[in-house]
Design a protein around this ligand. Sequence first.
Ligand SMILES: *Cc1c(COP(=O)(O)O)cnc(C)c1O
Length: 379
Amino acid sequence: MIPLFDLTRQYKKIKNEILSAIDKVLENGRVILGEEVKKLETNISNYIGVKYGIGVANGSDALVIALRAMGMKNGDKVITTPYTFFATASAIVRNNGIPIFVDVDKESYNIDLNQVENILKKEKVFGIIPVHLFGQTLDLEGLLFLKEKYGIKILEDCAQSIGSEGIVKNEIKKSGSIGDAAIFSFFPTKNLGTYGDGGMIVTDNEKIYELSKTLRVHGSRKKYYHDMVGYNSRLDEIHAAILNVKFKYLDTWTEKRINIAKKYAEFFKNKELSVKYPKIYKKTYKYHVFHQYVIEFENNKIREKVKEHLTNVGIGTSIYYPTPLHLQTCFKGLGYKEGDFPISEKLSQTTLALPIFPELTNEEIGKIVEEISKTLKED
Ligand SMILES: *Cc1c(COP(=O)(O)O)cnc(C)c1O
């Protein structure tokens, strides 16, 4: 059995530290918005290279709160991609806005900035939520160019990309450091995940920081006095304590993920299979932090066949994402139809996510590629 993702292997290695961190919170008795949340907010904002962090209940809420704190109003249009997790787009609707979908680039699977610009030339748009999909950094300079030229707001969705890096004017910058704000998710399967839900907003902007902090506690600056109607969306102390332990290992785990991706690439290359697999970039070592390792087949039939075979031999896989967002029932009212975003639609039919987590062994990677090879060579 090789699972798609395994939390227990990691837990065995850090069990004592985790249990003592939880114990400390419980002994101390402060379980809501205490020192551990503050410490994590400092850890993450320093790591990304911005001033402020605001811990919230999950990444989805982080998107909703950040958009609102950035000044989004009812009816505002916000651009994002249909090839992402649902929460990216639902955050726009939860703020009574209108998502404008733009297809992804066929190489990076990230939003196509040329197509974004075509829309910006024609329409008034509040902002854009770029997603650093699967852990691969979007073109940061391209984003900043659009921000300056069209005066749009940027909320970076870094739920899958914590620690990933891009280059801005010859300087290495982390994903999450160039937007007006950025969000992170600490869902268990994310690169930095807790044993439950958690999320964070980071920003350099004091106003966005103050508003986000107010919105996470029912819009209240002073307890029981409400300036606005906000949310109940706090990060728990226990989760923050767990995350502060795990944070120390983040860079080591990221390196392991990158090495796993290199191993996969090596095996795929040796076997000369007709599989498209992610490139390893040299410009910045952490251009891609491999939250997911996603490969692409020529067509849906082959993808399904490989998936079925891997399932039969006990290898976990998953499809990200089987239905692009513009075709979701709940977004019918937006008026999109099949054929509108051909690349996203094709990827939903042809990609497959393979196991990746820091503790995956070389033998396991070899076995996975071997099994894929067997299926492909049957044809
Ligand atoms: C996981 C994820 C989210 C949402 O995070 P939750 O903590 O699960 O609410 C948002 N956007 C993307 C791209 C994600 O992968």
